[in-house]
Design a protein around this ligand. Structure first.
Ligand SMILES: Nc1ncnc2c1ncn2[C@@H]1O[C@H](COP(=O)(O)OP(=O)(O)O)[C@@H](O)[C@H]1O
Ligand SMILES: [Mg+2]
Length: 554
C-alpha cells in the first residue's frame, strides 16, 4: 500500500480535473455570478428605497427595478449553468476514472482476479469510484465560489468603509470554515458508521433471505428476525443522533449569521456617529452583508469529512499504480504446438511482496505434456493442482525453473498465442446472464449452431439442453441458478470442446458429476485425447483412469 499525504491525494485528484479546467472555470464563474445576483437583489432594493426617500442622489428608481428583475432572472439561469457544468465535470471524470480502473484491472489480470482480495476489488470498482464524485461535484467548485464571492463582497464593503470589510471577512471565515471544520472534527465518523451499519443490515437481510430454507429447517428463524430488529433499531438510533448533530450545526450557523449581522449594524452605528459613513453607507453594507452568506453556508453543507473520499481515492490510485504479476509479451514468432513442460519449477504466492519466507506451493517440480496424450494430475486438496494449471497459463511467473511451450520459455511466448493454444476449464464454471447458446458460444463467437451442438454432445449436455422447452435459447437468470452444478460443469466442458485448442487444461472437470455422466465425459475426453494434449486435474481415482500418465503433486 502506497502512502500519500492528503495534500498529495488532493494534488492527484485535482490533476485529473485539469484537462476539464475550462469547464471548471465556467462552473465557478457562473456559480459566483449567480450568488452575486442573489446578493444584489436586496442591495438594489435598498438603493431604490434610499432614492425614494430622498436620502441618496443617483440613478432613477426605475433603473433599480430593472436591475432587480435582471438579477432575479439571472440568478436562476446562472445557478442552473453552475450545476450543469459541475455535474458535467464530475461524471466525465467518473467515466475517465472507471476507464482507468478497468484498464488497470485488464493489465493486472488474471493474477489480480485470482487473488484473495476479490471483495475489496468489487467495492473499489463500485463504491470507491462513486465516493470521488463528492469531491468533484460538491467540494472543489463550492469552495472556489465561496472564496470568490467573499472576496468580492469584502472589496465592495471595503469601498464603503474598511471596517465593514473586516467584519465581513471574520463572518465568512467563521461561517464557511471554522464552524463546518469544527463540526466535522467532532461528528466526523457518524456518516461512515451509518453507511457501514446499513450495509451490514442489507447483507444480513439478503443472507437471511437466501437461507430461509436452512433457517426453517434448523428452527432459528425467530433468532434471525430478532437480530434484524436489533440492527434496524441500532441504525435508527445512529441516524437520529446524526440528525440531531446536523441540527446543532445548522442552528449554530444561523446564530453566527445573526450575530455577525448585529455586529455589522453596531459597527455601522458607531461609524455613523463619528461621521465616518453616511446613513446610505450603513444601510447598504448591512443589507449586503446579511444577504451574502449563501455561498459560505453552502460550505457548511459540504461532506464534513473528506477522509473517506481520500481513502477511496488512494485505493484507486494504488490500483492504477500496481505492477502486474506478469508483463504481457508481444512477439511475431509463431511456432506450432509441440507439447508443454515444467522444468524444476519452484513457486510460492507473493514471493516478491512478502518479507517472511512464503511456503513453496511447488518445489523443483517437473512435468512433460507431450502432444496427443492425457496427463493426469492428482494430489490432496490444497496441494497446488490448480496453481500448476495457472502457471502453465502464466498467470504468474515461476520463482525458479522454467515452463516451456513447444520448447520456448513461456516468458517469451506471445501472450495472445499462449491463450489461443490453451483451453481452460476452471474449477467452478461461471455462467453469464443471457441464453445458453450465448453462454457456450463465448468460447468461439463465430461458431455455428451445429458446431455448438456437437461440442454439447461431447460434453454430454446436448440431450439436457434440447429437452428444455426453449432449448438452446433458454435464458439464464443472472446467477444461473436454474442449473445444477453438474450441468454447469458440463457447459464448461462444452466451451472447452468448442474452443478446440491443441492443449486442454481441465481443473476437476468431473467433481460434480455422477458416475454415469463421468463415464460419458471421460469417453469423450479419451476420443479427444487422440488429437489433443490434455492435462486433467482431479482427486478422483475413477477420473485418473482416463489418463495415460498420472503425476502426483505434493
Ligand atoms: N491467489 C492466491 N494467493 C495466495 N495463495 C493461494 C492463492 N491461490 C491458492 N493459494 C493457496 O495455494 C495452495 C494451493 O492451492 P490450489 O492450487 O488451489 O490447490 P488445489 O487445487 O490442489 O486444491 C493452497 O494452500 C491455497 O490456499
Ligand atoms: Mg484446485
Amino acid at each position: 500500500m502506497h502512502s500519500r499525504s492528503s495534500r498529495q491525494t488532493v494534488g492527484r485528484l485535482v490533476k485529473l480535473v485539469l484537462p476539464l479546467g475550462g469547464y471548471m472555470n465556467l462552473a465557478v464563474l457562473f456559480g459566483a455570478l449567480g450568488n452575486l445576483a442573489a446578493i444584489f437583489i436586496p442591495v438594489f432594493g435598498a438603493y431604490a428605497l434610499l432614492g425614494a426617500g430622498g436620502l441618496r442622489e443617483g440613478a432613477p428608481l426605475i433603473s433599480f427595478v430593472w436591475a432587480i428583475a435582471i438579477c432575479a432572472a439571472a440568478r436562476g439561469v446562472l445557478r442552473y449553468a453552475e450545476q450543469y457544468f459541475n455535474h458535467f465535470i464530475a461524471f466525465r471524470l467518473l467515466a475517465l476514472i472507471r476507464d482507468r480502473v478497468f484498464g488497470a484491472l485488464r493489465r493486472l489480470a488474471p493474477a489480480k482476479l485470482e487473488g484473495r482480495d476479490k471483495g475489496n476489488l468489487i467495492s473499489l470498482i463500485t463504491t470507491d469510484v462513486e465516493l470521488i464524485e463528492v469531491f468533484y461535484a460538491h467540494t472543489i467548485s463550492p469552495t472556489l465560489i465561496a472564496v470568490l464571492v467573499s472576496a468580492f463582497m469584502c472589496v465592495f464593503l471595503g469601498l464603503i468603509h474598511p471596517a465593514f470589510a473586516a467584519v465581513a471577512l471574520l463572518a465568512y471565515v467563521c461561517v464557511g470554515a471554522l464552524i463546518p471544520l469544527t463540526a466535522a472534527k467532532k461528528f466526523g465518523a457518524g456518516g461512515r458508521e451509518i453507511r457501514d451499519e446499513s450495509g451490514n443490515l442489507n447483507s444480513f437481510v439478503l443472507d437471511s433471505l437466501r437461507g430461509v430454507g436452512e433457517s426453517i429447517q434448523y428452527g432459528n428463524a425467530d433468532e434471525r428476525l430478532a437480530r434484524i430488529r436489533e440492527m434496524t433499531a441500532a441504525l435508527a438510533d445512529k441516524q437520529g443522533a446524526a440528525r440531531r448533530k446536523e441540527g446543532q450545526t445548522v442552528a449554530l450557523t444561523g446564530a453566527a449569521v445573526v450575530a455577525f449581522s448585529a455586529i455589522m449594524v453596531a459597527v455601522g452605528v458607531l461609524l455613523f456617529r463619528r461621521n465616518a459613513v453616511d446613513f446610505a453607507g450603513v444601510l447598504i453594507s448591512t443589507v449586503a452583508m446579511m444577504s451574502s452568506f449563501g455561498a459560505v453556508i453552502a460550505l457548511s453543507n459540504l461532506p464534513g469529512n473528506l477522509s473517506h473520499t481520500f481513502a477511496a481515492a488512494n485505493r484507486i490510485f494504488d490500483l492504477m499504480e500496481e505492477v502486474p504479476a506478469v508483463e504481457e509479451v508481444r512477439s511475431e514468432r509463431r511456432v506450432s504446438f509441440d507439447g508443454m513442460s515444467c522444468e524444476h519449477v519452484t513457486f510460492s504466492y507473493g514471493a516478491e511482496t512478502r518479507a517472511d519466507a512464503p511456503t513453496n506451493i511447488l518445489s523443483d517440480f517437473s512435468l512433460t505434456v507431450p502432444p496427443k496424450r492425457v496427463i493426469g494430475i492428482t494430489g490432496s486438496s490444497g496441494s497446488g493442482k490448480s496453481t500448476l494449471l495457472r502457471l502453465l497459463m502464466r498467470f504468474w511467473d515461476v520463482d525458479a525453473g522454467r515452463i516451456l511451450l513447444s520448447g520456448e520459455d513461456v516468458r517469451e511466448v506471445d501472450t495472445a498465442r499462449l491463450r489461443e493454444t490453451q483451453g481452460y476449464m476452471t474449477q467452478d464454471t461461471q455462467l453469464f446472464s443471457g441464453s445458453l447458446l450465448e453462454n457456450i458460444r463465448i468460447a468461439l463467437p463465430e461458431a455455428t449452431l451445429s458446431e455448438v451442438e456437437e461440442a454439447c454432445v461431447k460434453a454430454s449436455i446436448h440431450e439436457f439442453i434440447s429437452g428444455l422447452p426453449e432449448g438452446y435459447d433458454t435464458m439464464l437468470g443472472e446467477l444461473g441458478d436454474r442449473l445444477s452444478e453438474g450441468e454447469k460443469q458440463r457447459i464448461g466442458l462444452a466451451r472447452v470442446f468448442l474452443h478446440d485448442a491443441p492443449l486442454i487444461l481441465l481443473d476437476e472437470p468431473t467433481s460434480n458429476l455422477d458416475s454415469l455422466n463421468e463415464a460419458v465425459i471421460l469417453r469423450s475426453l479419451l476420443a479427444y485425447g487422440d488429437e489433443k494434449a490434455i492435462v486433467l486435474v482431479s482427486h478422483r481415482a475413477s477420473t485418473m483412469r482416463a489418463a495415460d500418465v498420472v503425476c502426483t503433486v505434493k
